[in-house]
Design a protein around this ligand. Sequence first.
Ligand SMILES: NC(=O)C1=CN([C@@H]2O[C@H](COP(=O)(O)OP(=O)(O)OC[C@H]3O[C@@H](n4cnc5c(N)ncnc54)[C@H](OP(=O)(O)O)[C@@H]3O)[C@@H](O)[C@H]2O)C=CC1
Ligand SMILES: O=C[C@H](O)[C@@H](O)[C@@H](O)[C@H](O)C(=O)O
Length: 314
Amino acid sequence: MSVGGPKFKLNNGAEIPAIGLGTWQSKPGEVANAVSYALKEVGYRHIDCAWAYGNEKEVGEGIRASGVPRSEVFITSKLWGTYHNRVEECLDQTLANLGTDYLDLYLVHWPVPLNPNGNHPVFPTLPNGKRDVYHEWKLTDTWKQMEEMVKKGKVKSIGVSNFSEAKLEEILPSAEIIPVVDQLELHVYNPQHKLISYLKSKGIVPQAYSPLGSTGSPLLTDEVATSIAEKHSLQTADVLLGYLVAKGIVALPKSVTPARIASNFTGAIAAAEKLDAADLEKLDGLAAAGKQKRFITPPWPVDLGFENWPPLPA
Ligand SMILES: NC(=O)C1=CN([C@@H]2O[C@H](COP(=O)(O)OP(=O)(O)OC[C@H]3O[C@@H](n4cnc5c(N)ncnc54)[C@H](OP(=O)(O)O)[C@@H]3O)[C@@H](O)[C@H]2O)C=CC1
Ligand SMILES: O=C[C@H](O)[C@@H](O)[C@@H](O)[C@H](O)C(=O)O
């Protein structure tokens, strides 16, 4: 068992394990076992959570059940949109749910503040059915509150998620703390090469969500990825994950299936070592060759500034 696996350095000197277990859509009743198995039996030391996933209590149970000390686990969670003006309140709920007094990493989940006094605590909507965006609230003020959480010692590092270059440019000029990561939809069908170069130029580590293409993914049967897997006696999922890790991108595969939890971790490590420059070049070129596809495009009624994003809801 390779405990923790490879790590990447963050711009504040901290280290982050390059492979983390995703927990979105992992059901209460399944997620505690998945987390415990990943930590105890496989060697994961990084769990990706979010307030909005509604399962952080069970994730905390899984961490404790694993017997792995808190200090050895890198825990990430995320601030939801309805809490942009109340960062500490959202964070305190997450800490209580997980049963810990600090996070290793706290992210702004989406660059879209939502009405904190709307008709729903998570997804407030307007009478026309569109998401109720809190237009008066500035992202720079969200980021100030995030910075306060570092100063108070409640989180070791802060970062962003789903931030395009344009959204990062909104907060960077006044930021006292540069985000350590940007968690994005990144995989062979949505490689976002330009954004990755920009992040690297700013010292921000990219994290890949939906690295396998999310549930029901066509990536797992992609013929180029599969032929590369066969060449190295790997599984296709290993190649999809190893491709990211080899490029310095943190991969966050989700699974509640023990065999997959195990093979995603060991396979990603093996593939990151085995893939050669020609393999990476072929995988880098899939999207430009006509396979570009995003799987996670919630109907935000505002422009996030991403390439290949569907038109805004009418
Ligand atoms: N910041 C953000 O906005 C977002 C963050 N995320 C984070 O990224 C994580 C991963 O993204 P997610 O969208 O869940 O998608 P993934 O790309 O990780 O795919 C998960 C799906 O693939 C299945 N799967 C996992 N491993 C294998 C395998 N080896 N072979 C075949 N199927 C497999 C899982 O099934 P099963 O569980 O049944 O095994 C599940 O259905 C999330 O859980 C979350 O932590 C995700 C989306 C957005
Ligand atoms: O992290 C997971 C995703 O961001 C998820 O939380 C969102 O896509 C959400 O379902 C939404 O509709 O906005």
